[in-house]
Write a protein that binds this ligand. Structure first.
Ligand SMILES: [Zn+2]
Length: 731
């Protein structure tokens, strides 16, 4: 079928009411209508489905659309039906249908009413269905989410591998259109090969998302990352965003912390029942909820145009995942912030999960993670890195929308080192991964190196005088500059390009930025969060003076008022209201009211006089973290159970129980163990210990024991009275 530009425009207007095509759409549709195999690589949001929907409506017969997700088929069918007068225009065929429903679908196809049939690959394999399609007038076959064919894609589905043989079974000579939103050169080559596409009519759209800002921050401690996340969300208050995590528990925990910090958030993961998941999704779309904290299970088929930020609390397992997930931000073309929290230790943990997998899968998984690490640690433009990963050139000096371009690192000049790095690739016959090359250059005698007797080579250890980060930077830069490349067939092995060979003949200086070394770099260096919470030593001094005065006034020892860690937390958080004060560690509401007023006043005055920019205008509230055991202990004490019984039922020794109790009173909770002391301890001894603590400078148990042991007082007695004492006076 040959169509003119006019008829195509008319068809677009007629069937969908649009005036103009986007990007490559028109060329792609022409190609398909000319009965050519067509390969479409287009990022999400580029208008991929139009490429097969419009020709399907225009052509005689039924187009078969192979799609991996049964859950999404209904949506796709509904959306097409929305443009038509008859429901029969589109159907789906999958395991969710009854026999009778399937029969009706097949009838509609036979009657020539159905233009698009969505089908899952496992339905297509069934003999009866293949038989059926042999008799049908098929217009063309569309393979959606074609990257599912490749083990190197982010969503491998084995049944996709069988598509070619199914199509052969149907035995119709019709064109195939394969579509994907993500494809590295390796995945592309897998798709072409596996589907046996007849020509190489590939239409590749740019993967550059100009409106996305990319940033990677060192993760540090979980609380530090959490604080930054809340800061970002508060600065975009009321806007939609997604936080990606690796585990269900993290999804639950983080959603809870956000909720107690007055952020409308919901968890989303595969462990939730279907109803809860649907509700979370709907709430997000309807803006009842601003933030979804999700494992990767979230996002397929979610098309919310105004997602303003995507945060990776955990790094994803591959660059493809990262690109897909960050790609959900800013679909409307307005800015989307993509912030990832990187921790080398997290990556090692992820790699450990691969251990039980078959060798091939393990190696692949580890390769993909290496790329994620390289992305996190690069100081080159992140946009350039991502696009290069997808085989696309990006030549701009500065993209202005990534952290590395905004805050460039100083570059160093290399000539001889680059030459060494490339020569080593050549010397090892272009047969090794970056890891082996680094070992070789550094002179590390690994088993592999010895097995190949590489340690006998003259240039073994040629780069000893620089550290591994330096050489990793050199190799990574050589890849980015196309002096080296990774072969598609033998993925991961570094090869010399033409340009690289030329370089060996004629060298020239190259400027390279050294990779981030997050272990050394201070956590929180980025400008937006530059106001890191640090301990204010001067304020600690002032607070300690105040504590001394207050202790005198209340006639109690200073440690009863506030313990040192609480003062330090105050000198970090600068609480200036009663509410702020209750969020200081070890300060309960009761304690804040009892002793806090003078401290708040002092801090307020101090902040004003010194014009202190408080680290945050909010305080990150923690979810009340009382372990099950603590709760059980408190409940049992309320019931006046003997301490021995409480210890036994919680599988604790008496010492451990007393330690738990001490922690409970220190965290600001009152417990009354008088009922137990009345039964077990001489009143005079109890008073002696109480009196001792009242005049002691410290609540240290060993100091107390030293002072009291001559009176035949035991450690247990001291520990018990200390609990009573702190509970009564401090809380
Ligand atoms: Zn950049």
């Amino acid at each position: 079928m040959t169509v003119t530009q006019e008829t195509l425009q008319e068809a677009l207007q007629k069937y969908f009411g649009f005036d103009a095509f986007k990007g490559n759409q028109e060329a792609i549709i022409h190609n398909l209508l000319d009965r050519e195999d067509t390969f479409v690589i287009m990022p999400t949001g580029g208008g991929k489905s139009m490429c097969y929907q419009l020709p399907a409506l225009m052509l005689e017969g039924t187009a078969i659309v192979i799609s991996p997700l049964i859950a999404l088929m209904k949506n796709q069918v509904d959306s097409i039906r929305g443009y038509s007068q008859s429901d029969d225009v589109a159907h789906f065929l999958n395991s969710s249908l009854t026999k009778a429903q399937m029969k009706l679908v097949k009838q509609a196809i036979n009657d020539g009413l159905t233009k698009l049939l969505y089908i899952a690959p496992e339905t297509l394999t069934k003999d009866e269905n293949i038989e059926f399609f042999r008799t049908v007038n098929v217009s063309f076959i569309a393979v959606d989410e074609a990257h599912c064919i490749s083990e190197w894609g982010h969503d491998f589905r084995p049944e996709y591998r069988r598509i070619r043989s199914m199509l052969d079974g149907i035995g119709q000579d019709v064109p195939i259109i394969a579509l994907t939103a993500t494809a590295t050169p390796k995945v592309q080559s897998d798709i072409l090969k596996n589907l046996g596409l007849r020509s190489e009519h590939a239409f590749v759209s740019s993967f550059n998302r100009e409106n996305l800002y990319y940033e990677v921050r060192p993760k540090g401690k979980p609380e530090q990352a959490m604080r930054q996340i809340i800061q970002v969300i508060k600065s975009l208050s009321g806007q939609s965003g997604i936080i990606y995590v690796q585990s269900r528990k993290a999804a639950e925990d983080i959603a809870k912390v956000l909720q107690v910090n007055d952020i409308k958030a919901s968890p989303y993961h595969a462990g939730l029942d279907a109803k809860t998941r649907t509700k979370a999704q709907d709430d997000f779309l309807m803006e009842e909820v601003d933030v979804i904290v999700a494992t990767i299970a979230f996002g397929m088929g979610i098309d919310k145009p105004d997602v303003r930020f995507v945060i990776h609390y955990d790094m994803p397992k591959s660059i493809e995942n990262y690109y897909q997930e960050t790609g959900r931000a800013g679909r409307d073309g307005l800015e989307g912030r993509c912030i990832a929290f990187y921790s080398y230790k997290d990556m090692l943990k992820l790699e450990k999960f691969l251990r039980d997998k078959p060798v091939a899968e393990r190696e692949m998984g580890s390769q993909l993670m290496q790329e994620v690490m390289a992305y996190a640690e690069t100081t080159a433009c992140r946009r350039q890195f991502l696009l290069h990963y997808f085989g696309e050139d990006y030549d701009h000096e500065n993209c202005c929308l990534c952290d590395n371009c905004r805050y460039p690192k100083e570059k160093i000049e290399v000539t001889q080192e680059m030459q060494h790095a490339l020569r080593v690739v050549d010397e090892l016959d272009e047969n090794f991964t970056i890891k082996t090359l680094l070992d070789f250059v550094q002179g590390t005698e690994t088993k592999e190196i010895k097995d190949y007797s590489f340690n006998k080579k003259p240039s073994f250890g040629i780069g000893k005088h620089h550290d591994v980060n330096f050489w990793e930077s050199v190799y990574r830069h050589a890849l980015l500059q196309d002096l080296l490349y990774k072969d598609v067939e033998s993925y991961g092995l570094l090869k010399l390009s033409e340009k690289g060979r030329d370089y060996l003949k004629k060298t020239y200086p190259i400027q390279i930025p050294l990779n981030h070394d997050y272990e050394k770099e201070h956590v929180d260096t980025s400008e937006d969060v530059g106001r890191t919470a640090v301990l204010d030593e001067i304020l600690v001094g002032l607070l300690k003076d105040l504590r001394r005065r207050e202790a005198k006034r209340h006639n109690v020892p200073p440690f009863v008022i506030f313990q040192d860690p609480s003062l330090e937390d105050m000198a970090t958080q600068y609480p200036i209201s009663m509410d702020d004060m209750t969020h200081i560690s070890g300060v309960s509401r009761g304690k804040a009211i009892r002793y806090g007023k003078a401290f708040i006043e002092l801090i307020k005055k101090y902040v004003e006089e010194n014009e202190i920019d408080r680290p945050t205008d909010f305080v990150v509230k923690q979810v009340a973290n009382k372990s099950k055991i603590k709760v059980n202990i408190i409940q049992n004490i309320d019931r006046k159970s003997p301490l021995e019984d409480i210890a036994e039922s919680n599988d604790l020794t008496m010492d451990e129980l007393l330690e738990e109790l001490y922690a409970i009173v220190l965290s600001g909770t009152k417990v009354n163990i008088d009922y137990y002391l009345d039964d077990t301890m001489d009143e005079a001894i109890r008073d002696d210990i109480y009196e001792y603590f009242l005049h002691s400078e410290t609540d240290d148990d060993k100091v107390a024991y030293k002072a009291l042991k001559d009176d035949d007082i035991t450690m247990d007695e001291i520990l018990m009275v200390r609990i009573k004492f702190l509970s009564e006076l401090a809380n």
